[in-house]
Design a protein around this ligand. Sequence first.
Ligand SMILES: [Zn+2]
Length: 270
Amino acid sequence: MSDTTKFGFALGRSKKNNTMASVKEFSIEEKLSSLVSLQKVDSKLDEIQILKGELPMEVKDLEDEIEGLHARQTRVEEEINGIQEFIEQKKEGIKTAQALIKKYEKQSDNVKNNREFEAINKEIEMQVLEEKLCEKHIKDATEEIAEKAKALELAKKAVSTKETNLSGKKGELEKIISETEKEEKHFNKLAANARGHVDQRLLNSYDRIRNNFRNGLGVVPVERDSCGGCFHAIPPQKQSEIKLRKKIIVCENCGRILIDTDLNDSISIS
Ligand SMILES: [Zn+2]
């Protein structure tokens, strides 16, 4: 907690009111200081949420990708097995053709006439063709297997890269979860404390503004004569008023609560 807030706390309790300190006792400046503290704590909590929010998704995506790659690997392996079976069939085909050729050649020694001789010769020719066709099929299939084996090798490499990546992300996630548990508790306590120093109406508008913007900023300093949230120019007169810290002043363009840089810089969260 900053000195400003501590100072604010002390002032609040010193007021003439022996019931429990109510937020009404805090000056605008004190409320603004608390809002700045709250904003800084909330931004830290947002960072934790972002860290946690993305890693589980990344882990899940990697797991899905690895599953897909494994499925692909299995498919390619099955395809290779199928082709190998095909090659075996063609090898059998060659054996059958060769056996038939031998059989026909033997028969051709005992032919009775020319017609029979020609018929057997035709059969032999057909089996020679069949043998050649089987050889061609085997050659093509062997090439196909070589290609598939290459694809399989790539798929395996991809899986191992993704798996390394996954175990890294998982470790990171576990580390963040264990680290942030403590941090989150600490920051939630600080946030609750800061909220206790701001009245509900102001808190409501702070929460509403914060929820309206993706960067979660509801309180911003004036930077280079502009709103630190939307960069809308802030006229000098308004800047002077902001520096006085007597009124809650919002950016007329984005509605964010404006504070001076000195106040913003005086508060740091740890
Ligand atoms: Zn603005």
